[in-house]
Design a protein around this ligand. Structure first.
Ligand SMILES: NC(=O)c1ccc[n+]([C@@H]2O[C@H](COP(=O)([O-])OP(=O)(O)OC[C@H]3O[C@@H](n4cnc5c(N)ncnc54)[C@H](OP(=O)(O)O)[C@@H]3O)[C@@H](O)[C@H]2O)c1
Length: 247
């Protein structure tokens, strides 16, 4: 697809998992990818594969980092074609023992950082654009182990998508969310470390396709939502979960 050549995308969480796969895929298609990351070794791993990815190092728990990211994006480009908010963190915890600090961190990194950065870069989407938020199956269904704080954050991204799509439609900016199921990344490595436990096998059996997803399979959907192929799609939240949501 030549359509990505010369286009510019900002991807948070481009240093690992789904964000990394998306950054590499878009860059391979000829796009200029500006990505955020926090861990030096994770960013280095990506740069060893594709040195053209332009990383901005930041810790999204720190509110001051949002302005820094926005300013850096303005230094690097005068037009932005899309924004993907992939950075995310999860803590499993029964609700009664959740510490407010952890709930706040999940809301800050998963939701507020994306919202604030988007606000800052919107004026660069002069010719329209595409925004993609990464929600989670845990916003809709029981998660194992439980994490109501994570569901709170990921559910907010669905609401944000529903609210922003009509608001930004006039400016030809589309806003959609992706809802991944179980994807093998650093975030889920503990789950796979216990790969042969009966509990985890039970969960995999509940997925109609009988397997976990690959980061590239989510990245393909993100690429589609950033592309002209999805030019009439906005305000939707799309499952990418091997059919888990069918129950
Ligand atoms: N994997 C799944 O099964 C699954 C399912 C549903 C939804 N999701 C969502 O998909 C998105 C990507 O997750 P993933 O599975 O690809 O996990 P991952 O491999 O752990 O990637 C998470 C990304 O978020 C970044 N990040 C985390 N905390 C940060 C912070 N405080 N400041 C800056 N960056 C931070 C990480 O940066 P560094 O690596 O540089 O620290 C990394 O790039 C997340 O929003 C996650 O909630 C994942």
């Amino acid at each position: 697809m030549d359509e990505f050549k010369g286009k510019v995308f900002l991807i948070t969480g481009g240093s690992s998992g789904i964000g990394r796969a998306s950054s590499l895929m878009l860059s391979k298609e000829g796009a200029k990818v500006i990505a955020t990351g926090r861990d030096d070794s994770h960013m280095m791993e990506v740069l060893e594969i594709d040195p053209t990815i332009d990383f901005i190092k930041s810790d999204l728990r720190d509110e001051n980092s949002y302005k820094v990211i926005v300013n850096r994006v303005f230094e690097k480009t005068d037009v932005l074609n899309g924004f993907v908010h992939c950075a995310g963190v999860t803590y499993p915890e029964p609700c009664e023992t959740f510490r407010l600090r952890e709930v706040k961190e999940m809301l800050t990194v998963n939701v507020l950082s994306g919202f604030e950065i988007l606000k800052g870069v919107l004026s660069l989407m002069k010719k329209g654009g595409s925004v993609v938020f990464i929600s989670s199956i845990d916003a809709f269904y029981k998660s194992t182990p439980p994490s109501s704080g994570y569901a709170l954050a990921k559910g907010s991204l669905i609401s944000l998508t529903n609210a922003l799509a009509p608001e930004l439609g006039e400016r030809e900016i589309r806003v959609n969310a992706v809802i991944p199921g179980l994807i093998r990344t650093r975030m889920t490595e503990d789950f796979f470390a216990e790969e042969f436990s009966a509990k985890n096998e039970e969960l995999l059996k509940r997925i109609p396709l009988k397997r976990e997803g690959k980061p590239e399979e989510v990245a393909s959907l993100i690429k589609f939502l950033l592309s002209e192929e999805s030019s009439y799609i906005t305000g939707t939240s799309i499952f990418c979960d091997g059919g888990y949501h069918t129950g």
